[in-house]
Ligand binder design. Structure first.
Ligand code: GLN
Length: 486
């Protein structure tokens, strides 16, 4: 076994016993990157020398203890979190040369825990997309089938973990962007409860929906990572001041007596039969393990996509107004007037999908249309919140597919943005309602592409996600399966 293919907890143990050094682990990961990155394309920026220097420092300090749970472990970050002195593009040409002057709170926390930052990973521009096909710096390829998408928008984060180009990674999820790529690349991904992880230093897409979370090789690593990055931050006014439970302790509790809700609207038309079969199989495993399975209903599910694609672009159109060529990022060459400078800087800097979202967002917020679109979408959001409250009054967790189908071929949906939006139907409600969701590999399609299971819990119920996911992971025996295409 190469070191790069191991998990955080496996390497932690080896480091603590002095069996390996952080430099050895980091070199192993960098060698792997040299071998496969030209096929996968997961990274936007690789910080090779600095990573090795950090690893050498970690070895010198020998602080491989429980207090510094990530000491000496090389991780990589979606290029949406600010890293001091390290280029952060958000997948956009407009930020092609942006070097943040500060670290996001999440980055500070990872560094305090001893993690080594390898670099920044591919993503859809400003996290807008479901397949990572909208990145200004190229499309990453799915390590299980290189002509297929990785899922998005955190496609690079999922691909890098699946391809062992890092030990674990961070992604962001506004409408499914951690869970979808985790599902398509066969790794574990967690979207925490809104307010659980600080958004300070996260480049904003839709601020009322965005959350950062981990993508990992197994459930234990996800619990460990989430524990490290969670917690109150006075720099994020939406972060909640609640104690962070020991998620790792939840792993061995089993599911006996747990009430598992099956939302009937998540199994309706459009669901690929192989996805349904894999998910139904996990439901029977939960039942055998002692869980009680009940049917629940989320009656407003079908309105979720429409509401989301009003609310998210509305917030984005406001958040992205700051990229005006004056303070941040790209500025057009030799403009004749101020207005021309604004126009050309934005036209040259933003990609097609981002422009589409800004136009939608501006339109739904404009006088005369605000009530018909934005206000209506907010009302639908409240109905969805109420659906989740009613469902979680009856069950502890809900289990469903993550995506209606396995990953599609790169380019297949280029002319059909609407069908890409529709692929978010099973994930966006968690963002609209703020509840946490976890994606766990649960099977493979006939073509050999990974299929993910979604587990959702009530607000701040992450422990239950880990409890169920850990039980299923053991029963399914899929952790440790490696992609065959690279
Ligand atoms: N696919 C959704 C969108 O394009 C969600 C993306 C995300 O979660 N960042 O908006």
């Amino acid at each position: 076994m190469e070191l790069n293919s191991l998990t955080i907890h496996q390497l932690q143990e080896m480091l603590a016993k002095g069996e390996v050094s952080s430099v050895e682990i980091t070199e192993s990961v960098l060698t792997r990157i040299d071998q496969v990155e030209s096929k996968v394309g997961a990274y936007i920026t690789l910080d090779r020398d600095n990573a090795l220097a950090q690893a050498a420092e970690a070895d010198k300090q020998q602080a491989f203890t429980a207090a510094r749970p990530l000491a000496g472990i090389p991780l990589a970050l979606k290029d949406v979190v600010c890293t001091e002195g390290l280029r952060t593009t958000s997948g956009s040409k407009i930020l092609e040369s942006f070097i943040p002057p500060y670290d996001a709170t999440l980055v500070t926390k990872l560094k305090e825990a001893g993690a080594i930052i390898l670099g920044k990973l591919s993503m859809d521009e400003f996290a807008m997309g479901s397949a990572n096909e909208n990145c200004a710096f190229g499309v990453p390829h799915n390590p299980w089938a290189l002509d297929h998408v990785c899922g998005g928008s955190s496609g690079g984060s999922a691909a890098a973990v699946a391809a062992d180009e890092c030990i674990a990674s961070i992604g962001s999820d506004t409408g499914g962007s951690i869970r979808l790529p985790a599902s398509h690349c066969g790794v574990v991904g967690v979207k925490p409860t809104y307010g659980r992880v600080s958004r300070y230093g996260l480049i904003a897409y839709a601020s009322s929906l965005d959350q950062l979370g981990p993508l990992t090789k197994d459930v234990r690593d996800a619990a460990l990572m989430l524990k490290t990055i969670s917690g109150y931050d006075r720099l994020d006014s939406t972060s909640l001041n609640l104690p962070v439970p020991d998620y790792v302790a939840a792993l061995d509790q089993g599911v006996r007596g747990m009430k598992v809700g099956i939302p009937k609207e998540y199994f309706e038309e459009g669901l690929a039969p192989e996805v349904e079969a894999a998910v139904r199989n996990t439901i029977s495993i939960l039942e055998k393990a002692g869980a009680e399975i009940i049917e629940v209903s989320l009656p407003h599910t079908s309105y979720g996509v429409a509401a989301y694609y009003v609310i998210a672009p509305a917030e984005a159109s406001s958040n992205l107004a700051r990229y005006d060529g004056v303070r941040f990022g790209h500025r057009t060459k030799d403009p004749e007037t101020l207005v021309e400078m604004y126009k050309k800087s934005k036209s040259e800097g933003f990609g097609e999908e981002v422009k589409r979202r800004i136009m939608i967002g501006t339109y739904v917020l404009s006088a005369g249309y605000y009530d018909a679109y934005y206000k209506k979408a907010l009302q639908v959001r409240t109905l969805i919140v109420n659906d989740f409250k009613a469902a979680f009054a009856k069950c502890d967790i809900m289990v469903s597919p993550v995506s209606p189908s396995p990953a599609w071929r790169i380019g297949e949906k280029d002319d059909d943005p609407l069908s890409v939006y529709l692929s978010d139907i099973l994930t966006i409600s968690a963002n609209l309602s703020g509840v946490p969701g976890l994606s766990l590999p649960c099977g493979f399609s006939n073509e050999g592409l990974p299929i993910g299971l979604q587990i959702q819990a009530a607000h701040f119920g992450e422990e239950k996600l880990f409890q169920a996911a850990s039980c299923l992971e053991q029963e399914l025996g899929l952790a440790g399966r490696k992609p065959t295409a690279i």
